[in-house]
Each structure stands twice: as structure tokens, then as C-alpha cells.
Ligand binder design. Structure first.
Ligand SMILES: Nc1ncnc2c1ncn2[C@@H]1O[C@H](COP(=O)(O)OP(=O)(O)OP(=O)(O)O)[C@@H](O)[C@H]1O
Ligand SMILES: [Mg+2]
Length: 367
């Protein structure tokens, strides 16, 4: 139990010992939030009172207007990052067993960082997530921040990459400095944007500077901060940057179990277990984003039409792209003949077995 709080307590002690008031304040707030979510409301309140009375807090609040300001690009004045506080209950991510294992280990090791370092086997809490669009890379970053109860600082590649020579490296440095000043998860989303600078007609020297600056900043990052990056194009990354990440996770379109979980999660009370089974079977190869889109639309329609559940044929039509019942039945059978016997299909769709058998034997209409 106490282990849940030890990390922040140690950081507060470190901050106090080195006279770093910002650090004390930032980790006290992090601890107060952690206490709150552990149900220790009185303790959290008391902590905030103590911090609120300290002179350090007044100075810091006056300087920052109550919130650490996000650094901005010198020219465009656009903040180079966004900050959010994902909450565990709001962030669900459905992962394959293999990926979940790596994520769990990453979280476990980060939480145990102090003990690992004390035993000479510290870890570098950096994770690169790669895979095609819409498979949940950004969502996984939010999930990790929510699990750690840390704010998520997401770099905005549009603002980070400055049109002015030398400014991109400066923006990167400011971003890392900002992240270092507080407990957080720093997330470089769409990370390849930096690597893609190669395609621009800017001078190669600038790209080199940016990559070097990036690597220096990653290397200098304290082990008490989590660094995440996500990309659709891992092959565009400089191999030296790639090596900087201790953990790498490849995400792909969800397997059957993850599809079922995601579909069940969105359809909720609007679908039976069997509806979910059929939908999962028909959605092979779809990304999480596509699944979410289809299922959320089905729920929307059910709600506005005052329906208690989604219509099975309608749902299948969304996943197969056809409302022809014969084609839908064939599509289901094609994926899993053993599970979806003619008898089962007849029960599911409320059609006679002879009707089903007739449809299944029908030649598909030529395109
Ligand atoms: N495995 C998943 N679990 C839960 N939700 C998912 C999953 N995959 C996708 N989604 C949902 O789909 C939407 C898009 O996901 P997300 O933005 O995380 O994808 P991405 O991999 O970052 O895509 P891109 O490469 O386009 O940035 C989000 O609403 C997210 O909740
Ligand atoms: Mg993304």
C-alpha cells in the first residue's frame, strides 16, 4: 500500500534536500491526487493545506499563474505540447495478450524504479509504440498516463517543427525541460514527423541537429519520467533514435479476443453476448478505430430510435458492407463454420434452418 505513495514521497524529499521548490510542489500535488484516488481524502486535503501555506507555493503560483505554462514556439507562439490528465475510468484500451504483458511489465518496473536502482538494475522508462493508423497507439499512451496517475504532455509535432533554422532543436529542448520540471508522462506522438523532415528541402545539417538534440534530450531525461513515442512509420526513424527506447511495442489490428472486448465495451446493454460474438467474427482485419466507429454509430441509432438493442442484420451489414442476408450468412460461415452451425444461425437470426441452408447453398450474386 505504502509503495503506491513511496515514489512521490521520495521525489518530495529529493526536492526538499536540493532546495528545488518546484519539484516539492509538483510531487506534493501528485501525491495528493494519488491519495485522493486511494480514498484518502482527508490526508490529501491536509497535504494541500500544508503546501498552500508554504511561501514556496505562493512564489511559484504567482510566477506560473497556478499552472506550469507550456513552452511555445518562438515564432508561431503555438504551445509545443498539450497537457491532459487522463483518468483511469475513462481510458479503456483493448490489447493482445503479448502487448498487455509488455505494458504491465513497463508499469511495474517504473513503479519499482527506486528499488531496482537500489539494487543496481535500474531501467530506462522509455517506450516506443508503432503500428498502422487507428490501432490504439495514442490511446495506449493515455492509458499508461492514467495508470500512473500522471499528466500526459503530448508534443505537437506541428508546433515543434519550426520553419526557422535552429528553432526546432530549441523547441525540443524547451519541451524536455518543461517535462523535467514536473512529474509527467512525456509523449512524442506522430514521432515520425521529426524524422520526415528529411523529405523537406531544408538543409540536412538542420535535420542532423534536430536528431542529435533529440537524442541528447532523451539521454538526459531523468529516470523518474516516462517517455513515450508513437509512430506509423518506424522505418523512417533514425536507428540511433530507435535504440534509445528501452521498450518497443508493435501494435496491429486487434485479434478476436480484443475485438470482442472492444465491441462488448461499446455496445454494452444494446447487444447480447451472441451479437458480440458475431460482430467480432465479421470484423477481422479492422482497426480499433473502425470498430469503435461502427459500434458507436449503432448505439447512437438505437438510442435516438428508442430501441433497446441493436438489430442483428443491421449490425452485420455495417461490418460486411452488404445488407443481403444470404451474403451475411455466408460471410459468417466463412470465418467460423464450426461455431456458427446452421442450427445456431437459425436461432440467432430467427430464421428456419431450411431457409438458412437454402441461402448458404445459393451461389453468391456476381459482382
Ligand atoms: N486497441 C484499442 N483499444 C481501445 N480503443 C481503441 C483501440 N484501437 C483504437 N481505439 C480507438 O480508436 C480511436 C483511434 O485510436 P488511436 O488514436 O489511439 O489510434 P492510433 O493508433 O494512435 O492512430 P494514428 O496512427 O492514426 O494516430 C480512439 O478513439 C481509440 O479509443
Ligand atoms: Mg495516434
Amino acid at each position: 500500500m505504502i509503495r503506491d505513495y513511496l515514489f512521490d514521497i521520495n521525489k518530495i524529499i529529493e526536492g526538499a534536500a536540493s532546495g528545488d521548490h518546484e519539484k516539492v510542489l509538483a510531487y506534493s500535488e501528485s501525491l495528493a491526487r494519488r491519495l485522493e484516488s486511494g480514498g484518502e481524502l482527508a490526508a490529501a486535503k491536509r497535504m494541500r493545506q500544508i503546501v498552500g501555506k508554504s511561501s514556496a507555493s505562493n512564489i511559484s503560483l504567482a510566477r506560473q499563474g497556478g499552472q506550469a505554462l507550456l513552452p511555445v514556439d518562438g515564432e508561431s507562439r503555438i504551445p509545443v505540447a498539450d497537457e491532459e490528465r487522463p483518468v483511469e475510468a475513462d481510458v479503456s484500451v483493448f490489447l493482445s495478450e503479448d502487448v498487455q504483458k509488455v505494458v504491465d511489465q513497463f508499469l511495474l518496473y517504473f513503479r519499482a524504479a527506486d528499488r531496482l536502482i537500489a539494487n543496481g538494475v535500474g531501467i530506462s522508462p522509455s517506450l516506443l509504440i508503432y503500428g498502422p493508423p487507428g490501432v490504439g497507439k495514442t490511446q495506449l499512451a493515455r492509458y499508461i498516463a492514467a495508470q500512473l496517475k500522471y499528466p500526459l504532455i503530448t508534443a505537437r509535432s506541428d508546433a515543434l517543427i519550426s520553419s526557422y533554422l535552429g528553432s526546432t532543436a530549441k523547441n525540443i529542448r524547451q519541451l524536455f525541460e518543461h517535462a523535467a520540471s514536473r512529474p509527467c508522462v512525456l509523449f512524442l506522438d506522430e514521432f515520425d514527423a521529426l524524422a520526415k523532415m528529411r523529405d523537406d528541402d531544408r538543409e540536412l545539417g538542420e535535420l542532423k541537429r534536430v536528431v542529435i538534440s533529440l537524442m541528447q534530450n532523451i539521454d538526459a531525461m531523468g529516470r523518474d519520467h516516462v517517455l513515450l513515442a508513437a509512430t506509423n512509420h518506424p522505418h523512417l526513424l533514425d536507428p540511433a533514435v530507435w535504440r534509445r527506447f528501452a521498450y518497443k511495442i508493435e501494435m496491429s489490428t486487434p485479434g478476436l479476443a480484443a475485438r470482442q472486448e472492444l465491441i462488448r465495451f461499446v455496445l454494452g446493454r444494446f447487444a447480447t453476448a451472441q451479437d458480440v460474438e458475431v460482430a467480432a467474427c465479421l470484423s477481422e482485419g479492422m482497426s480499433g478505430a473502425q470498430l469503435k466507429d461502427i459500434t458507436e454509430n449503432l448505439v447512437r441509432e438505437a438510442v435516438v430510435n428508442d430501441q433497446q438493442s441493436v438489430n442483428l442484420v443491421e449490425m452485420c451489414a455495417r461490418f460486411t458492407g452488404t445488407s443481403d442476408v444470404a451474403a451475411i450468412l455466408r460471410a459468417i460461415r466463412k470465418v467460423d463454420k464450426k461455431r456458427f452451425t446452421q442450427k445456431k444461425l437459425s436461432e440467432l437470426f430467427g430464421l428456419s434452418q431450411s431457409y438458412i441452408s437454402e441461402r448458404l447453398n445459393q451461389e453468391p450474386a456476381s459482382a
